[in-house]
Design a protein around this ligand. Structure first.
Ligand code: FE2
Length: 281
């Protein structure tokens, strides 16, 4: 069981800015839709806001966001669920990145010294400090998308804990990696790993669903990369429409008990995000 202490990746101002990007709205445009002065919207993007509950609701409606979700983020007390029910050990590997963290994840059976790694984090020095002492070998490495903060330590991980096969999204520019497309399913390291192609943050971006075969009542694990975060979504650097479509797909495709392990910020569950995430619409 894990009670999350990691800070959220995005605050209210970040969520507002991302949602305005999705809707292609300037502060003036959002102001006209919501009846709120553009200057106050600019201040909010800059993390200074004092909106009333009614104004938060008007902003959510104008941006086609989940009203309860925007209220949760605006409160500054975004609730996080207790994480439990996984049939294997999950080790979040959080590395400093910018003003936040970038996450990689190791999945292991809690007994052997072998794990399956999802992303690598940006750099080896920190990764070695937080690496679980009992894990001495990696049997496979799955990459959500090719950005330095998620693959920067790949070569060193291979040297220290490999060699291991590397899997990445189809079309990803990662020499030596095998491409996995939507619907690819494989048994690997004692786990079933299903691939969901989830473009939006990047064109070549996968999420992975991890299950222990035989543990049919257990919660699945969703490695969501930079698609879905607790309380937010990744930046839509490829396409905001497709990113929102993929978020909606994951929220309906997988059970509420699914534990979400995002590329940034804390663990959460899909059921929790359906209620509290501003982008769950
Ligand atoms: Fe990222």
């Amino acid at each position: 069981m894990v009670i999350e202490q990691a800070p959220l990746e995005d605050e209210f101002g970040d969520v507002l800015e991302k949602a305005m990007g999705h809707a292609v709205l300037t502060p003036e445009g959002l102001g006209a839709r919501s009846g709120i002065e553009a200057e106050r919207i600019r201040d909010a993007i800059d993390y200074r806001y004092d909106f009333t509950p009614g104004e938060i609701r008007r902003l959510a409606t104008a941006l086609e966001l989940n009203v309860a979700g925007l209220e949760s983020v605006a409160s500054g007390r975004y609730p996080l669920p207790v994480i439990s029910g996984l049939p294997f050990c999950l080790h979040p590997l959080r590395s400093p990145h910018g003003i936040g963290t970038a996450n990689a994840y190791l999945v292991s059976d809690c007994r052997s010294g072998t794990g399956v790694l999802f992303d690598t984090g940006p750099a080896t020095d920190h990764l070695r400090r937080i690496w679980p002492a009992g894990i001495t070998r990696v049997s496979a490495i799955f990459i959500t998308h090719v950005e330095t903060e998620h693959i920067g330590a790949l070569a060193d991980v291979q040297r220290l804990f490999g060699p291991a096969p590397v899997f990445a999204p189809l079309g990803a520019k990662l020499p030596g990696a095998a491409g996995l497309g939507d619907g690819a399913s494989m048994e690997c390291g004692g786990y079933r790993i299903d691939t969901l192609a989830t473009p939006g943050h990047a064109e070549a971006h996968n999420s992975y669903v991890v299950r222990a075969p035989g543990a049919t009542q257990a919660s699945p694990l969703l490695i969501s990369g930079d698609l879905l975060f607790a309380g937010s979504v990744g930046g839509a650097f490829f396409c905001s429409k497709r990113l929102r479509e993929q978020v909606a797909r994951l929220l309906t495709l997988l059970p509420p008990s699914t534990i979400v392990a995002p590329g940034h910020g804390p663990l959460t569950t899909l059921g929790h995000e359906r209620v509290h995430n501003p982008f769950a619409t």
